[in-house]
Design a protein around this ligand. Sequence first.
Ligand code: NAP
Length: 457
Amino acid sequence: MLHVAVVGSGPSGVYAAQSLVQQDRVPDVRVDVLDRLPCPYGLVRYGVAPDHEKIKSLQNNLRTVLEHERVRFLGAVEIGPGALPPARLLGLYHAVVYCVGAAADRRLGVPGEDLPGSYSATEFVSWYSAHPDALADASAPDAFVRDVESAVVIGVGNVAVDVARMLLRGAAELLPTDMPHAALGVLAQSRVREVSMVGRRGPSQARFTTKELRELGALPDTEVLVDPAELALDPAYADPSGLPAASRRNVEVLRGWAERPARGLPRRLRLRFFLRPVALVAGAGGRVAGTRFERTLPDGRGGVTASGAYEDIPGQLVLRSVGYRGVPIEGLPFDPDRGTVPHAAGRVLRDGVPSPGEYVAGWIKRGPTGVIGTNRPCAKETAQSLLDDAPALVRRPLSGDPLTALRAAGQEPVEWPGWLAIEHAEAALGHSLGRGIVKIPDWAGLRTAAGGMRDTP
Ligand code: NAP
């Protein structure tokens, strides 16, 4: 038997587990999928926007893997120096695959970045996704959108599109989602009327995908405004035919919007380009009131140059959506420039040499790029490396069921029945509120719900 721990139950972790158990090269592979949270699915549960129900339904596929007879989910298990260091974890298993994603945000590095009213997009996403580590003050009844009429979203990737869309959705569209009840109440009461989403380069370099971009044009009561003169700074705007297909489609959608007459709808989404953030500016009371941008100009090689001309965009809420960043795990090597663990085909490299039994997959392996499906081949490559190494790995004897050792180390893992109990409690909560499933947003609530199953025979 080859016993493997996968750390992280998001798509890359689950796909790694799947590749390890659904193969016939190495017999009897068993996988424990560990997660810091009591709930599985990683960013599918805590990152995919609540109104993207179709993508969220991917949980059903991931669930099939976690219910496989040789896969065991162990939630609420913390890996790290104070809890279970990597060296100790490796002692419990033949191999460990780290699929811990990229948990931090990139910083802008501009003055005013931390003013009240300025948040990373991830903080906002965590809040509306019911992540139990969401900001403590996010439980305030008017969190994020208090006195906000205009918001600025910095960055033009898919996360920026998500947060802009969530700010502009109305109560009727949010009600059927599983978002936590407090956040639903806040967004339903929001007075945000204008959102500016701002890219530092041109429309042909925007990172969002066309399907997500188009969705913005379908938001009820919301007008998408683009300035044709600003778009035309991009040399590819006049004739996008030479662009890669994804960028060409984006430019075509933006052109369509630029040519559309204004309709005077109550909410506005302004898509801005060639503006580089240089400072967040405080208003009366010290809260952010606007963001100062410098106009940039294309350099002809996909980059931009500074122009020396500035523009302030008002906004009492700023969401910085400039990408994720991997976080080092003490005891594992880390490349701070890339925010990833150095590896060769998924094998963790220590001083340039593969470390026996240690592997990575997903964003901590390749950086925070790609859609959910990108994790499948990425995890498969890692699993292949591990299976190639299996004959040597299984020679090391293990001292019994790691679950016993985890408990002895002070961990209280939430097993699959505990997670099912959370699901059950979330359905009951939704029912009591006259909604569908409603997510539980706090650690205490999740722990209580997970414990509920223990009483059930
Ligand atoms: P992203 O795609 O890397 O986009 C980051 C954006 O921030 C880019 O526009 C980037 O501009 C900008 N940026 C970076 N540093 C900046 C700075 N200092 N000042 C101003 N702008 C800056 O990251 P993401 O949106 O966080 O998405 C992460 C991954 O998750 C992506 O692969 C994305 O597709 C995926 N995702 C997918 C979905 C979906 O499929 N529905 C939803 C959410 C996320 P530059 O290009 O100029 O660097």
